[in-house]
Design a protein around this ligand. Structure first.
Ligand code: G3I
Length: 610
């Protein structure tokens, strides 16, 4: 009778069988090599845009500047007039409209296959000279007529050319401390207002915009609502009320005018997006810039630019992770057309392109964020690497995790660090809760790991994958004591030939069946109670038994001679068993492994018996 030692003495043979069983298709996906923000965003299904200007305030017409126009159309798939569609431009007198600058931007966008985001129909700033004096003596009814006529005229004019509007802009106050923000005083709200109370004027503006263009997406746009806080809560409550009453609103704009010391955490931004997603509301990052201290030349330090780049990458990564984040815009094309230097003296360098429209670290960070897919996986893609069954995982089980962007584009094999299988492969790490899993294989579509022994049967564990600086949203997976699976080495569909050695260490199969009463070696995975503690990634050198293990072949119990961790392998179980005598011959005799009450029957593994 071969002893376990002699059986494992032929480690190469066993290794070949297990390696065959563990063989996975090498991924050949090439890293997407986009070189523009526009192409990289398109590959992610995202529109990236910039605030743009023409000649709304007279010459020079920025769109006539080839460098400006080239950067705008090359790097962005969307533009938003910074000023050309605001009241001070579009209604220069009470009875005249001027949509020419807006039309120029729309024409440019259409010529460059870009979409246009309209901004804005109702705001407390940028009035034409006649408006404030008019409001000072107008009645609410007159203001209502004025606002309705303006919204109807502008939205009708740009109908079909503007896919989304900032209908109302910055209507809430900036609360001091934890005070609940109220609505900002304005000629539209209470000075004298349009005859509505509370958010009524905002609701009315949305209704008028929807009536003028039922197909346009309608957004509320504001700043300092990009993370949890009382201002976001006030906006959220309004949006929730609108949604519940059927007021036509589609989205909220997060302006994202931030600094290196004042920006939302990734978790907070994601939380706000998810709360609005639950209402069916889209989020656009509408006006991102990260202002930096600059010298007299308008340039920032390398250190500040590096910090700024990390912030751009973080915000973009969150947007890519949240399905309802459907547009990402900067507030300007380059350092030269940014509003920052005029409004924040001593600050600038806030955008991804510099004065000469050259990429900055922020540009490269945005590109990196978009070119590295955010790891995406679901619980159903986490399977026992032998049975390919999804469901629970067990301590010490080898699991295959399928998804997108879960590993390096160039597949990475396991490596040893201090004698342990490393829990980092290329730039990939897989965490079960806080515990990194030893990685046996990592590729962009699949990662094979050994579930850390620290997970607790009977509880759920959050699985996250970090790849190339991007982390997946957590996926909750139940943990069981054991999830037995027998490795398969051939055959497709069911039944499938199990990875089994005959007593002479030859590989079992229809052409090489095992004799009844002989010893076979079965390779499996699936955890179970161990006779000694094992370190994550350890290649056992001593015999460590797995308790409560049984094996049936052809429905009859085999005698377990050894059941434990396969010496020299992380996560692999080896079961040496003596087949029952009198076993009927067959090329596909069912073999079922049971550990701690769970079994492998659903995978229909078979062996050949002579
Ligand atoms: O240079 C012209 C001058 O020739 C003209 O006579 C005068 C008439 O008002 O306008 C001058 O242009 C100024 C323009 O910036 C230059 O780009 C405007 O005065 C000035 O009002 C305008 O400021 C705009 C600012 O909103 C007003 O608060 C910025 O361009 C614009 O980028 C900025 O954008 C806002 C968003 O709409 C809403 N979110 C915040 C964001 C930053 O404040």
């Amino acid at each position: 009778m071969p002893t376990v030692k002699s059986l494992t003495g032929k480690r190469n043979q066993a290794r070949h069988v297990v390696a065959t069983a563990l063989l996975v298709l090498a991924e050949t996906a090439a890293l997407s090599g986009q070189t523009t923000l526009r192409d990289a965003a398109a590959a992610q299904g995202l529109h990236i845009g910039a605030a743009a200007s023409a000649d709304e305030y007279g010459p020079p017409d920025l769109l006539m500047n080839p460098s400006y126009a080239g950067a705008l159309s090359t790097q962005y798939s969307e533009l938003e007039p910074a000023n050309a569609m605001k009241w001070d431009v579009t209604q220069p007198t009470q009875t005249t409209y001027n949509f020419q600058p807006g039309d120029e931007l729309v024409t440019f966008a259409e010529a460059n296959n870009m979409r246009v985001r309209g901004h804005n129909l109702c705001w407390y700033q940028q009035f034409p000279a006649w408006l404030a004096p008019y409001a000072a003596s107008a009645t609410p009814a007159e203001m209502s007529t004025l606002l309705q006529n303006h919204i109807n005229a502008e939205v009708t004019h740009f109908k079909g050319a503007v896919f989304a509007w900032d209908v109302v802009n910055e209507a809430f106050n900036d609360p001091s401390g934890s005070a609940v923000p109220g609505l900002r005083d304005s000629i539209w709200y209470d000075q004298p207002g349009i005859g509505q109370t509370g958010t009524g004027y905002i609701e009315q503006a949305f209704q008028w915009a929807h009536a003028a263009d039922p197909n346009a997406l309608l957004f509320y746009n504001d700043y300092n609502i990009e993370g949890p806080g009382s201002k976001f809560t006030a906006v959220y409550n309004m949006v929730q009320d609108f949604v519940q009453r059927g007021v036509p609103i589609n989205g909220v704009g997060f302006e994202m005018h931030i600094t290196t010391s004042g920006y939302p955490s990734a978790a907070g931004l994601a939380q706000n997006m998810q709360q609005l997603a639950a209402l069916g509301i889209q989020v656009h990052i509408t006006e991102m810039d990260v202002r930096l201290p600059v010298g007299s030349n308008g340039l920032a330090s390398a250190a500040d630019l590096a910090t700024q780049a990390q912030i751009y990458q973080s915000i973009m990564t969150v947007c890519l992770q949240q399905p309802n984040c459907t547009a990402f815009q900067m507030w300007g094309v380059s350092y030269g057309d940014s509003w920052i230097p005029s409004f924040f003296p001593g600050y600038g360098a806030a955008l991804p392109l510099d004065f000469n429209y050259n990429p900055t670290p922020a540009f490269n960070a945005l590109l990196a964020a978009m070119r590295t897919p955010v790891p995406a996986l679901t619980a159903s893609g986490v399977v026992n690497s032998a049975s390919y069954q999804a469901g629970s995982v067990a301590p010490g089980e080898i699991v295959a995790i399928f998804g997108t962007g879960v590993g390096p584009d160039k597949p990475a094999a396991a490596t040893l660090t201090n004698g342990l299988v490393s829990s980092t492969a290329a730039s990939t790490q897989v965490l079960f809760g806080e515990y990194p899993a030893p990685i046996l294989y990592a590729g962009s579509g699949q990662v094979n790991v050994v579930v850390p022994f620290e997970v607790t049967p009977g509880q759920d564990v959050n699985l996250t994958i970090n790849n190339n600086g991007q982390s997946s949203p957590p996926v909750s997976i139940p943990v069981a004591q054991a999830v037995p699976g027998i490795f398969i080495i051939g055959g497709t569909g069911s039944p499938q030939q199990a990875a089994v050695l005959n007593q002479d260490l030859s590989v079992n199969g229809p052409g090489n069946p095992a004799a009844a009463g002989s010893v076979i070696v079965v390779y499996a995975t699936g955890g179970g109670s161990l006779s000694a503690p094992v370190t994550d990634g350890e290649l056992p050198t001593t015999l460590i038994n797995v308790a409560n293990t049984t094996l049936t072949v052809g429905g009859q119990p085999a005698t377990i001679d050894f059941a434990g961790l396969a010496p020299g392998f992380a996560g692999v179980l080896q079961i040496n068993a003596t087949l029952p005598n009198g076993l009927a011959a067959g090329s596909a005799v069912p073999i079922v492994l049971s550990i701690s009450g769970a079994d492998s029957s659903s995978q229909s593994a078979t062996i050949a018996i002579q």
